[in-house]
Design a protein around this ligand. Structure first.
Ligand SMILES: Nc1ncnc2c1ncn2[C@@H]1O[C@H](COP(=O)(O)OP(=O)(O)O)[C@@H](O)[C@H]1O
Ligand SMILES: [Mg+2]
Length: 302
């Protein structure tokens, strides 16, 4: 009984969240203007503006049906937003809602709030930061996961440990400099591009690195210990707030609402099944990681 009420509530809240902007924009279509089109290798991206000057981004992957990254992006952005991370808000535009900037009108897209600042791939005070937890699978173990250089870099700004913990939790290995923005005016980092969430077992890689650090004798600065503490805090919050059951249901709901299945069903559901499997496994490893982080803090905190 409880479960049923819970899922109806969950479905309802995602429905409201995902559709509110799509419908507002649909009714306001004539007043929306495309002001810029970005030429990205994997996505069609249009920047649109409403009559009062609010800017949004409409994103549609060139392989939207083959990769279903849009489903991962909507669910992961919802998780980040729910725990108060600085993330661009991502709304689902189902296949049947047409808005300016959608390059393939009969396919789903996402609408993103426009975040200030520039990506770290462009010149700026933090453009040396590198917090991508997995660049290549063939890299040696010491270059994969939450390694020392990431701990050092994430400890340089209070926004970064929660961002790294979020990536570990959702298994998003795509946090290259182009997918992280920094705004000088407000001194804030923003997460963008979550399409690769639910694809990597980053918690296991982090366990391996932390385990290694516990059994070696390294020196960590006070700043780095504070960084690890903040990382642990966010990871614990995520583990308590988003069980595998909840996240797997969200993936199913967003998949259903996107309209991929209508009118014909050519979608490969094994992709979202794989997201669910990867997340469930990663969640169990994240629980182990919490215990290892406690041991790490006891060992290195003075
Ligand atoms: N919410 C946003 N606000 C401002 N610029 C953005 C936003 N999202 C994306 N961009 C810009 O568009 C580029 C491509 O977006 P991204 O989501 O990373 O697409 P892709 O999946 O093709 O890499 C980014 O590198 C950034 O310059
Ligand atoms: Mg990107």
């Amino acid at each position: 009984m409880f479960n049923r009420a819970y899922y109806i509530l969950l479905l309802y809240s995602i429905f409201i969240y995902a559709f509110s902007y799509a419908f507002v924009l649909r009714s306001d279509q004539n007043t929306l203007q495309i002001i810029e089109v970005l030429d990205e290798p994997n996505s069609h991206i249009s920047i649109i503006q409403d009559t009062v000057g609010n800017k949004f981004l409409v994103k549609q992957s060139k392989h939207v049906e083959r990769k279903l990254g849009l489903v991962a992006e909507v669910v992961a952005a919802y998780i980040a937003y729910s725990i108060g991370l600085p993330v661009n808000s991502v709304y689902l535009i189902p296949s049947w809602v047409d808005i300016p900037g959608k390059s393939m009108q009969r396919k789903p897209a996402t609408l993103h709030t426009f975040v200030p600042g520039r990506t770290l791939s462009r010149p700026g005070p933090y453009n040396f930061i590198h917090i991508q937890q997995l660049c290549y699978y063939y890299h040696p173990p010491e270059k994969r996961g939450l390694r020392r250089s990431i701990i050092t870099h994430m400890s340089l700004h209070k926004d970064l440990p929660p961002i790294v913990a979020f990536d570990t939790f959702v298994g998003c290995s795509d946090r290259k400099r182009k997918n992280l923005m920094y705004d000088k005016e407000t001194d804030t980092f923003y997460l963008i591009d979550l399409e690769k969430a639910f694809q990597s077992g980053l918690a296991k890689l982090a366990c391996n690195r932390i385990h290694h650090m516990i059994h070696s004798n390294e020196h960590f600065t006070q700043k780095e210990i504070i960084g690890i503490r903040r990382y642990r805090e966010t990871l614990a919050l995520l583990i308590n707030s988003f069980s595998p059951n909840k996240v797997c249901n969200m993936i199913d709901v967003v998949m259903y609402l996107s309209g991929f299945n209508w009118p014909t069903s050519t979608i490969d559901h094994s992709i979202t099944e794989q997201y669910k499997k990867t997340f469930t496994k990663n969640y169990a490893e994240a629980q182990k990681l919490l215990h290892l982080l406690d041991k790490f803090i006891i060992k290195y905190e003075r």
